[in-house]
Design a protein around this ligand. Structure first.
Ligand code: UT7
Length: 363
């Protein structure tokens, strides 16, 4: 039988400092009510001065490795003698430094060096792209066991005066471990759909700091160093692209939307999740939502939502699960699997605070 990449470990991490909507309202022309009703977000986490993306990635990675180890101990999906991780793929758009990539230092700090390690940049779709890359390497025999991390610290690139982006984004990370296995096992990644449209590059961008601006030799125009997003257009594209991508994937693997038990979509705005859910014919209780407590953590979003839901019983073995993401590039991507038996620890800072079925928002 052919080889598949199988999910066998999962962990999430957020920084210690939570920022409530009311705190933002003290600094900016916004209100808790606006943020909650337009996005579903109640709070987000931000790193302290001097911290960086690798700090979150290492913690999430450590917890995913521990989850894989404990899952094995408990006789879950990951049985048998285990080769160590020989690949680390990190999805991020906020690397510790513009050069080099952040994955090698994450691998080193986790004691995994000299494994292959590299970054993948697809903004909010980064985790799905990284998962597809690592899964392909596992199924091709290039890696036996892969650690796939999504981690971002957008608080470091947000304009402090931009009420729209500051209301949405937060820092966070999530990670999974993949091993080689069979396509009929729970946890096997059953298929991917990936896409992009660079014609929409301007919708989500940091204008300065790259070769386009630096080659001019002139200082960047004021404000261009910050992240900028054309929110309303991004909203429309997010709904369209995630729905289409999910439908293409489901068609490809022979699942119908109504058969899905859980949709774990990129956590940007609960109104987007509802709209995609509606397109796919999903009841509201099928949507995994944790953006109310973490905001939009970019590449960390999907694996952090997975860890949060798995630890609190929101994902159960055997369920049909769809992952779908959308982000800068523009990029989008989806993946599907049957949920495996996994030992997942609650994400510190989120434990005991059940993911909301659906925070109150305007329709
Ligand atoms: O992660 C990658 C993908 N990103 C996303 O998926 C984000 C997608 N976009 C969104 O989630 C929403 O478009 C936003 C949350 C960014 C904005 O919500 P919206 O309902 O689309 O608002 P809008 O941009 O249409 O703005 C409506 C009004 C504007 O005021 P005027 O022009 O009507 O007077 C904004 O200036 O709301 C204003 N506004 C705010 N007011 C209070 C925008 N942000 C805020 C704020 N507080 N934080």
């Amino acid at each position: 039988m052919s080889r598949a990449a199988v999910l066998c470990g999962l962990g999430g991490w957020v920084p210690a400092k939570a920022v409530a909507n009311s705190t933002l309202a003290e600094q900016l022309d916004t209100t808790d009510e606006w943020i909650r009703t337009r996005t579903g977000i109640r709070q987000r986490f931000v790193i302290d001065p001097g911290q960086a993306t690798s700090d979150l990635a290492v913690e999430a990675g450590r917890r995913a490795l521990e989850s894989a180890r404990r899952t094995r101990e408990h006789g879950g999906a990951d049985g048998g003698p285990a080769p160590d991780v020989d690949l680390v793929v990190l999805a991020t758009s906020t690397p510790d430094h513009p050069c080099p990539a952040t994955a090698p230092v994450v691998a080193h700090r986790l004691g995994l060096a000299p494994v292959a390690a590299f970054d993948v940049g697809a903004v909010c779709t980064g985790f799905v792209y990284a998962l597809a890359t690592a899964a392909s390497m596992v199924t091709a025999g290039l890696a036996r066991r892969a650690l796939v991390i999504g981690a971002d610290t957008f608080s470091t690139i947000l304009d402090p005066a931009d009420r729209t982006t500051r209301a949405i984004f937060g820092d966070g990370a999530g990670a999974v471990v993949l091993r080689a296995g069979r396509p009929d096992e729970p946890g096997a990644l059953l298929g991917f759909d990936l896409g992009s449209d660079g014609g929409g590059e301007e919708l989500i961008t940091v204008r300065a700091g790259g070769s386009r601006q630096r080659s001019t030799g002139a200082p960047a125009p004021e404000g261009d160093e910050w992240f900028s997003m054309r929110g309303r257009e991004v909203f429309t594209q997010a709904v369209l692209c995630m729905s289409r991508s999910a439908e293409a994937l489901l068609d490809g693997i022979g699942w119908r939307g109504e058969e899905l038990d859980r949709m774990v979509a990129h956590q940007a705005n609960v109104r987007i999740l509802r709209a995609v859910g509606e397109q796919l014919g999903l009841a509201e209780d099928r949507l995994v939502v944790n953006l109310d407590r973490v905001g939009n953590t970019v590449a960390g979003s999907i694996p952090l939502a997975l860890a949060d839901a798995a630890a609190s019983g929101g994902l159960r073995p055997g369920q049909r699960v769809l992952l779908t993401g959308f982000g800068g590039g523009l990029t989008w991507g989806s993946a599907a699997l049957r949920w495996p038996e996994l030992h997942v620890e609650p994400v510190p800072g989120l434990e005991g605070d059940e993911p909301a079925a659906a925070p109150d928002t305007h329709p």
